[in-house]
Design a binder for this molecule. Structure first.
Ligand SMILES: Nc1ncnc2c1ncn2[C@@H]1O[C@H](COP(=O)(O)OP(=O)(O)OP(=O)(O)O)[C@@H](O)[C@H]1O
Ligand SMILES: [Mg+2]
Length: 352
């Protein structure tokens, strides 16, 4: 039984279709990361599950029960927004315990649950403060604590960490993952950050312009993207994308020559190569490429090159000595090349 299910869900705002034919089942105890660029329909999907908006078509179920027509209060879901929605006149503790007080929980149990949720999110020292006395990141953690304290069937988290600084964000993310494992709670976590989606999600759902592109394990989304959009969206820097030209048994893709797979003869193809798969050598094999920009970022170095008039980005070890203007040689192993149908964007061949 799915904890949360979307069946043929569509949402129109006037003539804008925010979500199209969404089929998605989130398993009991699963943490699903919902990722996509701005405007792809992520918040819409959450708001429909929470009952804050009505579907235009299709149905939504929670714990096997059709909730499509139920008001938010009857769905037992907890939503955390990017914009916290805390009550300004209540302290952090009162905010965290708000849903519980409304349910008539005894005082002792209420304060226990508030303290537990506050400790889990690291805001136990902020309990007496009002929202205006908290930073953006602190408010976000109070909002998260409020959702945790309610112990709903499903957590709907809409970019709940977006206001935290980089370090706190990574820490809170790890904490959330541990929390999820411990509580066995069902969570849908919305983010536009693909790294966050891959590290956090048991599975990752990729949305683009209101349409679900792929629903898979993080590793599968990365290694076996179903189309050019997913291939380019997941991974940073984005996969290099090259037009190809067929000649006999070979495909020319910028500076690379790749064996031409049988069966794809009639199609116009694009080749995709991840930055980590661009092989760099000082001399010898490969096509000469001019180093344009070198970005050193601690554990890795990104190298921007131009070869045969084509721009490429390569990920190199920080030990590699590179100077702007130098000539390197680039190559790629055929097994590391993705091929896309240039018209439809569909992945036709990939490394597995
Ligand atoms: N109330 C509304 N009225 C009209 N259009 C809306 C409304 N809410 C959302 N939309 C449109 O629906 C589409 C999806 O919006 P949504 O908020 O779900 O995107 P998102 O993926 O959450 O983006 P972001 O990452 O920017 O938060 C967008 O094109 C948006 O402009
Ligand atoms: Mg949004």
């Amino acid at each position: 039984m799915a904890a949360l299910g979307y069946a043929g869900v569509r949402k129109d705002y006037g003539d804008v279709t925010a979500l199209r034919d969404l089929e998605l089942e989130v398993g009991e105890g699963e943490l699903l990361a919902l990722v996509g660029p701005s405007g792809s329909g992520k918040s819409t999907a959450l708001r429909l599950a929470a009952g804050l908006e009505d579907v235009s078509a299709g149905s939504i179920s929670i714990g096997g029960r059709d909730v499509t027509r139920l008001p938010p209060a009857k769905r037992n879901v907890s939503m955390v927004f990017e914009s916290y929605a805390l009550f300004p006149h209540l302290s952090a503790a009162e905010n965290i315990g708000f849903g519980l007080r409304a349910r008539g929980l005894p005082r002792r149990e209420l304060s226990g649950r508030v303290l537990e949720a506050a400790t889990l999110t690291g805001c136990e020292r902020l309990l007496e403060r009002k929202p205006h006395q908290l930073s953006g990141g602190e408010r976000q953690r109070v909002a998260l604590a409020r959702a945790l304290a309610r112990r709903p069937d499903v957590f709907l988290l809409d970019e709940p960490l977006s206001n935290l600084d980089a370090q706190l964000r990574v820490d809170t993310r790890a904490e959330l993952k541990r929390l999820h494992q411990r509580l066995g709670a069902t969570m849908v976590y919305v983010t536009h950050d693909q790294v966050e989606a891959l590290t956090l999600g048991d599975r990752v759902a990729v949305l683009h312009e209101g349409t679900l592109q792929q629903l898979d394990a993080p590793d599968a989304v990365y290694r076996r993207p179903v189309n050019r959009f997913v291939a380019r969206f997941i991974g940073s820097p984005s996969m290099n994308l090259l037009a190809t030209e067929a000649e006999g048994e070979l495909l020319h893709a910028g500076p690379f020559d790749i064996p031409r797979p049988r069966g794809l003869r009639a199609r116009r193809l694009e080749a995709g190569i991840r930055p980590e798969h661009v092989e760099l050598a000082g001399d010898g094999a490969g096509t000469p490429a001019r180093v344009e920009v070198v970005e050193r970022a601690g554990s890795e170095t990104l190298v921007y090159l131009v070869a045969d008039g084509v721009e490429l980005v390569a990920r190199a070890s920080p030990d590699v000595r590179l100077t702007v203007g130098a000539t390197m040689h680039v190559g790629v192993a055929a097994r590391n090349v993705y091929l896309f149908d240039a018209e439809t964007g569909e992945t036709l061949a990939s490394l597995e």
